[in-house]
Design a protein around this ligand. Sequence first.
Ligand SMILES: Cc1ncc(COP(=O)(O)O)c(C=O)c1O
Length: 385
Amino acid sequence: MRVTHQIRKIQPPPITEVKSWLSGRVFPAEKPLVDLCQAVPSYSPAAELIQHLKHSLDDPLTFKYSPDEGLPEVRSEVCAWYQRHYQGAPTPGQLCLTIGASQAFWLAISALCEPGDEVIVQLPAYFDHLMGLQALGIKPVYAPFDPATAGQPDLETISNLIGPKTKAILLVTPSNPTGAVIPAEQITAFFELAQSRNISLILDETYNAFIGTTPHSLFNRPDWQNSFIQIASFGKTFALTGLRCGALIANDEFIQQTLKIQDSMVVCQSRPAQLALEFGCRHLDDWVAKNGVIMQQRHDCFKTNFLAAQTDFKLIASGSFFAWVKHPWKDLTGRQAAKWLVEEANLICLPGEAFGPGLEPYLRLAFGNIEVTQIAEAVARFQHV
Ligand SMILES: Cc1ncc(COP(=O)(O)O)c(C=O)c1O
């Protein structure tokens, strides 16, 4: 079957590829598989949320379409959540519920860019962003990774990359894969840069519930609507990755235009996802905060263990969920290094080059997947390989 050259050029989905290396492998009880591959909270959703969804199955409405942008009461509840967590909020008309942050990204880029346009992307970049841009024929213009700043984007570097075809600056905070959190005042500076150059700032804030502070104050500015687009995910926040709970936030007119894509792409976010999201936003602030502390403890534990370990792997950056490490083999790509770890250490993680060009010396470890009691063992696997 014919497949376009544009699609053939895209890398295979990295997590699927890495998991395929496990095929036929059996891991002994004394050295079980350590899975640092995918960023999924290890815990279940809140019991009361599960109970709420169980009850909703008795209502025939649960199985029907909703308005394209989502149910009004759910969008209002999400806005109230923003008011509490950002001390500023979009209105329900500035929000479209989506099939995860992934689909919100596609809506944003498809409405903002035409094939041949450019989007500035900070390296290392979330692989699905790169794959989405390539699929849509949009050129990613890379802001290089500087190990010295642990992956923090640099304002001047990014400013110098803006050209006539640039439509947006795309940043992820906290970063996947480095865990780096962009400070609120830097986010303001990137917003002001985007506004002054008549382009958009797209922020993917999938991990915003794990920072422990207000991520930024953009929603307090009346002018945020001119140049700010937020990609939101509630999958990690409420441990609902499989329900696919995301949102696109932008000005009313932009949201109205994206509904043309929404309607033809998915019609709407599924109702069970919307009901879960409404319940989570209304009732689960304490549950989310408690899990945020657990994730912070995992990070502290991982970092302490890794820095104390006798290993030739170097910790370059880390934060909630993720660590970005340099492997010790100059002649190996990240893919080869990751395969070696599967063979020798019974551990899976992602190769650096999945996150953009030139990143072969690195690996991404998603330790948010494992319990604090498993972290010492996971770190030990990086010794003696
Ligand atoms: C930075 C980032 N954006 C988006 C996503 C996708 O989120 P969702 O599951 O809500 O589509 C992920 C998932 O790992 C991610 O790390």
